[in-house]
Design a protein around this ligand. Structure first.
Ligand code: KG4
Ligand code: ZN
Length: 363
């Protein structure tokens, strides 16, 4: 079947086209298009996403990308599309509503079934996606064997640990009590005068430190809640520690110590994420560790997971998504929508008037 998907929960407008065939033994998954317009440059000067600006940009971008995806794939929406899926939460309401209304209009006009999908489920399942234009075959048996799994979803708005026994069954076992991991990258980058989004900017500076100037040492930053018995996170204390550290520096020190501070921020966040996640993996006897969300694109995080899994001799599948699907994209919404569609009974129609947007939705 051919699935058309829409993602507008934050500052990326993305449309996807995904082909999935289900046979008795296998799923064949082939992403055909994953179009995306990033609004980073628009929000950059404000140091974060401005919801009403995102709303206006989605309004401009959606019809443009729609025409492009139809043309690029040489399809007729009316004849060829089998299912519309759209992110219906969580996210910024003005941003979500744009995608949801666009999807509902298409569903109404072309009389197509439509499914609302959680952005978090999209991130969680994106490890199953092959690169664009490649067809991946996954047997039902293989898919079943990934479970139970532990998922770490770390983005600008979320830091969540989830336990899943099977597709469609998700239990949040830990969450951030204050700032999300991505938010911590973004806010500390802002303190250091680096650009938005902060994650890639901090990673870039941290890399410079490793390469050149290990001479410049700074104090060790805290690893908040790293040893608590629960699976929750907290990152606002780290942000405050960076603020106090930075304020104490002279202008000259500020200039040359930025790579060292960035390095320490990245080490602190990734230490906490890796330690708590692997503890959950062991406690819940998970077969697979999945990571997703913008922060999962962080190479130091991926490297640390690999190192620790080896060091602790854990017999698990470590499944990071390919980098294009770590950050926000519509293809993951197509995939998550497909599995939701499979669970419905054949008589159940998915009508446009059943779809709404939910800013605080989880799974
Ligand atoms: O999943 P995502 O694209 O959007 C949300 O759903 O929030 O995540 C965006 C977040 C931002 O906070 C950004 O700074 C962070 O992911 N991010 C990174 C990296 N790339 C993006 N954080 C650390 N390292 C990266 N390479
Ligand atoms: Zn996201």
């Amino acid at each position: 079947m051919l699935i058309f998907s829409i993602e507008t929960s934050c500052d990326e407008t993305s449309l996807g086209l995904l082909e999935i065939t289900k046979t008795r033994a296998n799923f064949f998954i082939k992403p055909l298009s994953n179009l995306l317009i990033s609004q980073i440059r628009i929000h950059q000067k404000y140091g974060g996403v401005v919801p009403m600006l995102a709303n206006r940009e989605h309004l401009k971008n959606l019809p443009f990308l729609f025409k492009k995806i139809i043309k690029e794939n040489n399809i007729s929406f009316k004849k060829d599309i089998d299912l519309i899926t759209v992110t219906d939460g969580p996210g910024l309401m003005p941003a979500l509503l744009m995608g949801v209304n666009f999807a509902k209009t298409l569903s109404w006009y072309f009389k197509k079934p439509i499914i609302g999908v959680s952005h978090l489920t999209g991130h969680l399942l994106s490890f199953l996606l092959p690169p664009l234009q490649l067809k991946k075959s996954i047997s039902h048996h293989q898919l079943k064997n990934f479970f139970p799994l532990i998922g770490l979803i770390v983005s600008g708005g979320h830091s969540i640990l989830v336990y899943s026994k099977k597709i469609g069954n998700y239990k949040i076992i830990g969450e951030t009590l204050d700032d999300a991991a991505g938010e911590c990258f973004d806010k500390t980058a802002r303190i250091l005068g680096l650009s938005y989004p902060g994650g890639p900017a901090i990673a870039y500076q941290a890399n410079k430190y490793k390469i050149q100037d290990t001479r410049y040492k700074i104090q060790t930053l805290p690893r908040p809640m790293i040893n608590t018995k629960d699976y929750n996170f907290s990152f606002s204390g780290l942000k405050t520690a960076v603020l106090y550290l930075y304020r104490k520096l002279t202008e000259k020190e500020k200039k040359f110590l930025i790579p060292a501070i960035a390095f320490e921020i990245q080490e602190s966040i990734t230490d906490v994420l890796v330690k708590k996640t692997l503890r959950a993996v062991k406690d819940f006897k998970a077969k697979t560790l999945v990571i997703g969300g913008g922060v999962s694109a962080n190479l130091r995080l991926r490297e640390k997971f690999l190192e620790e899994i080896q060091k602790q001799k854990l017999k698990i599948n470590f499944m990071p998504p390919i980098l294009d699907y770590s950050t926000d994209n519509a293809i993951m919404i197509g995939l998550a929508g497909f599995f939701k569609y499979l669970k419905g009974t054949s008589s159940k129609r998915y009508y446009w008037w059943k779809i709404d947007a939910y800013a605080n939705k989880k799974f």
